[in-house]
Design a protein. Structure first.
Length: 100
């Protein structure tokens, strides 16, 4: 019963994690876990359980010129509470590479 009353005592708190808050949670936790600063967010999608899957791009190996730096895209999943629930590298590429 106390769980119900604590839920109703926070009227300004949203029931579902917003996309913006999911991105914030994913990038912060990813940076803390892997020790790399996220360069960009290149995608986000809602998961059926109320969580979010966020695609984060990072520099894995900085080179000169910058167009030859090695980049990576990671999928970072956060649950409905904003806690990291999964992380995997999807691809590596040079910064100057484009998808056609």
């Amino acid at each position: 019963m106390s769980a119900d009353s604590s839920d109703s005592s926070s009227p300004g708190k949203p029931e579902r994690l917003t996309a913006a808050n999911a991105i914030r949670a994913a990038t912060e936790q990813f940076g803390a876990l892997l020790g790399r600063a996220p360069e960009a967010v290149s995608g986000i999608r809602a998961l059926p359980d109320g969580g979010w899957s966020v695609l984060i791009d990072v520099v894995e190996l900085e080179r000169i010129p910058a167009t030859t730096s090695i980049m990576a895209t990671y999928r970072v999943d956060v649950d409905a509470a904003g806690e990291l629930s999964g992380c995997e590298r999807l691809r590596r590429y040079t910064r100057g590479t484009t998808d056609m």
